[in-house]
Design a protein around this ligand. Structure first.
Ligand SMILES: NC(=O)c1ccc[n+]([C@@H]2O[C@H](COP(=O)([O-])OP(=O)(O)OC[C@H]3O[C@@H](n4cnc5c(N)ncnc54)[C@H](O)[C@@H]3O)[C@@H](O)[C@H]2O)c1
Length: 132
């Protein structure tokens, strides 16, 4: 299967895993909508994608706000001519660290990771919005 010429939207693409996914998809031939809350980082990643010879567009959206995800999908379709691949990378959910059962710092009531992405309702929301 090839993804050459497909359009991918990657949330949280400004850095980290999302940036890595966006660049990999671009290397494999996809055009990329870089979606994040950090505009400076989005611009840097978009420039990297264009250096790879693919189209890139940026859109500032907070994935915890449903309307902003709708707007990101609409922007992608208008700017890049469609949407074939949705990567729901940015995912944030409020969790009670005392209920985390993974041991180490996460298990401690005063741990430094009060958020985690497991079972994130935001991701399900994005899939609904991007779907047919
Ligand atoms: N790195 C890990 O080991 C690991 C492990 C399990 C899960 N995850 C999850 O994978 C995802 C990416 O991890 P990472 O390490 O690359 O994170 P990161 O913090 O390096 O990058 C996250 C990116 O998402 C953007 N972002 C944050 N909140 C956002 C929001 N509400 N809407 C849109 N964009 C937002 C940030 O600006 C940033 O560019 C996160 O959801 C994280 O919880 C990461």
């Amino acid at each position: 299967m090839t993804i050459k010429g497909k359009v991918a939207l990657v949330t949280g693409a400004g850095q980290g895993i999302g940036r890595g996914i966006a660049l990999r998809l671009a290397k494999d031939g996809a055009d990329i909508a870089v979606v994040d809350i950090n505009t400076d980082k989005m611009a840097e990643v978009a420039a990297e994608i264009e250096e790879l010879g693919r189209k890139a567009t940026t859109f500032k959206a907070d994935v915890s706000a449903r309307a902003e995800v709708y707007a990101a999908v609409e922007h992608t379709e208008k700017t890049l001519g469609g949407l074939d691949i949705m990567v729901n990378n940015a995912g944030i959910a409020q969790v009670d660290p005392r209920r985390c059962n993974t041991g180490g710092r996460r298990a401690h009531p005063e741990n430094q990771y009060p958020r985690c992405s497991l079972g994130d309702p935001g991701c399900r929301c994005e899939i609904q919005i991007a779907g047919p």
